[in-house]
Design a protein. Structure first.
Ligand SMILES: [Zn+2]
Length: 328
């Protein structure tokens, strides 16, 4: 790490789902048999519905985590190109900037959709942490990034802090301790203020931009060559997610030069901003890793039969949220 290349984390070994999916086969054998029993007894129609439901969740989970990772890398772009004063670790600043962007730049999905996506991101970090503990891998206390479990609580804190009254249920759902929770409103306000400051810097300088001179964030895709790469590529391209984020950042932030986002076949589950080449390299291995994590979480849901969700309570008052319980 030379300071010019900043990564989004996911320091777990390469994430080829064909192999990582297999390493946890034996502990889960009973659950797989149990799942098979239910599928058989429920008949073909139910099996199809289960597959559709699983795939729907996998797609949501993968795209939500790609989106958060992209915001994180685009935050590195903004920090390196606009050079705001940064106290503390750049990685923490990038996470906070990504969180505020996710919460403020909701498109058609609204707040319920935003919460669903952020829960998927938080669940991803928690699952990464659990896998590290189960495999007795080294905890990277020395790393530029916060530990996976800290990033989980950081997301919970900022979402809760954005509106403590409305999001009170998140405290219970995430088990965020009161000692941290009582400062979350201030943490959110500080991050929100920093985001506003960056936008104001952009709008001031962008008055000088003509349409021709406006900087562009371009997107390039290599085909994902993994076993399920074709499907993952289709999810990514059909969503228009990457192009939407690229356009949003180029339009709102002052960038002195053009930037490229490239999805490439590289061995590590990683995404990184390279300031020398003005490129965000997003490895397909990381997209594959997200699919693997989604499936690990699905196994949990089968084990527990119930899972907590951060969704608003449609049957209650407009601003009330509850810890809803859903069976799969
Ligand atoms: Zn980073």
């Amino acid at each position: 790490m030379n300071g010019q290349q900043t990564t989004s984390q996911r320091m777990i070994p390469p994430a080829d789902i064909a192999t990582t999916g297999g390493r946890r086969l034996y502990p889960c054998l009973c659950m797989i048999m149990l799942a098979a029993f239910f599928i058989f007894t429920a008949g073909h129609s139910s099996a199809r519905e289960t597959r559709a439901s699983n795939e729907e969740y996998e797609r949501l989970f993968v795209l939500a985590n790609v989106e958060f990772t992209l915001w994180h890398e685009l935050a590195h772009v903004v920090i390196w190109e606009m050079k705001p004063p940064v106290f503390g670790r750049e990685e923490d600043a990038a996470d906070n900037l990504a969180m505020i962007a996710e919460m403020r730049m909701q498109e058609s999905e609204g707040e319920a959709g935003m919460l669903e996506k952020l829960q998927a991101v938080a669940d991803g970090w928690k699952m990464e942490w659990r896998l590290i503990q189960e495999d007795e891998l080294e905890n990277a206390y020395w790393d530029l990034h916060a530990l996976e479990i800290q990033r989980y609580y950081n997301i919970a804190c900022l979402v809760y802090g954005a509106n403590p009254e409305k999001h009170a249920v998140i405290l219970e759902a995430t088990q965020l301790p009161t000692d941290r929770a009582e400062g979350c409103r201030d943490e959110y306000a500080m991050a929100n203020h920093a985001f506003d400051w960056l936008l104001s810097q952009g709008s001031h300088r962008m008055k000088d931009y003509s349409a021709i001179n406006r900087r562009v964030i371009s997107v390039r895709y290599e085909d994902n060559r993994s076993i399920e790469g074709e499907k993952l590529d289709a999810w990514l391209k059909e969503s228009g997610l990457v192009e939407r984020l690229a356009e949003a950042v180029a339009r709102r932030f002052y960038l002195p030069r053009n930037v490229e986002i490239s999805f490439e076949n590289c061995p590590f589950a990683n995404a990184a901003w390279n300031a020398e080449t003005a490129n965000i390299k997003f490895c397909h291995s990381l997209v594959n890793r997200f699919l693997y994590l989604a499936r690990e979480l699905q196994k949990d849901r089968l084990r527990q039969a119930e899972a907590s969700f951060w969704q608003p309570d449609a049957g209650n008052s407009e601003h009330a949220y509850r810890l809803s319980l859903r069976k799969d």
